[in-house]
Design a protein around this ligand. Sequence first.
Ligand code: NAP
Length: 273
Amino acid sequence: MKSVVLPGGRQVPALGLGTWKMGEDGGRRAAEIAALQRGIDLGMTLIDTAEMYGEGGAEVVVGEAIQGRRDRVFIVSKVYPHNATRRGTIAACERSLKRLGIETIDLYLLHWRGSVPLAETLDAFVELERTGKIGSFGVSNFDTSDMQEAWDLPGGQEIATNQILYNLTRRSVEHDLLPWCRNHRVPVMAYSPMEQGRLVRDQKLLNRDATPAQIALAWLLTMEGIIAIPKSSGVRHVEENRVAADLVLTIAELSLIDRAFPRSKARKPLEML
Ligand code: NAP
């Protein structure tokens, strides 16, 4: 499995598992746990969750799925912006730890930027790291100017990732946000890598011996420093997505894809889902 080394030295797989919409319906719980466990067993050992998903329900599902597998997984969770004050961040992290049933969240992110001053959230992150409740921290949905602003604050240069909307139909980030992250050695986590499932039905991706989902993921994984976190609550889809990490796209295929999904000419503000 291709991997990415995070600032701080932890090596994580470039293909992980998302959990948005999990933990919302008790009837789907067994299938969600089975999907996550299959993914872990196939090497997709980075799991992305958040206190927002299922209002804590997704973290509970993740907690169950990783029982007996904790040592193999790298857990990413996120604090709501409205909880991201100094005290609020620490309290939210403690609630997440309890739901996940673990001692340390490996990477803890600010879900998106809200009205709490960034310096306060970073201060809380540094404190959580010092006390061992998180292993590292980062941000999500930060555009280039947000990244620069955070970088210039105390603790800002410890930011270990920016998790952003990035897929074949959302390439505006290639104008300056991806170069900024590359220049500052901040790995990017691409969320909604299949555009929430819309790309898996895209006729333009039906031109070779792989499924559209696999091509959309493989395209992201051709880039250095990019981690893709597709979500699937079914074992079959997880198995299909895992193949993407071993798929090598040729230069000819990459240029066909590039023509079918061109980058916007003008830079747009960072989009969010
Ligand atoms: P996504 O991963 O692009 O797409 C998920 C959808 O694709 C689901 O409906 C899933 O259905 C379907 N799917 C997955 N594999 C498939 C396959 N092989 N064939 C056909 N359909 C397939 O969208 P996402 O869930 O929005 O993004 C992924 C993760 O990123 C989230 O779960 C979350 O962890 C994170 N995220 C973060 C933010 C943020 O603000 N930081 C925002 C959005 C997402 P099944 O479940 O039925 O397989």
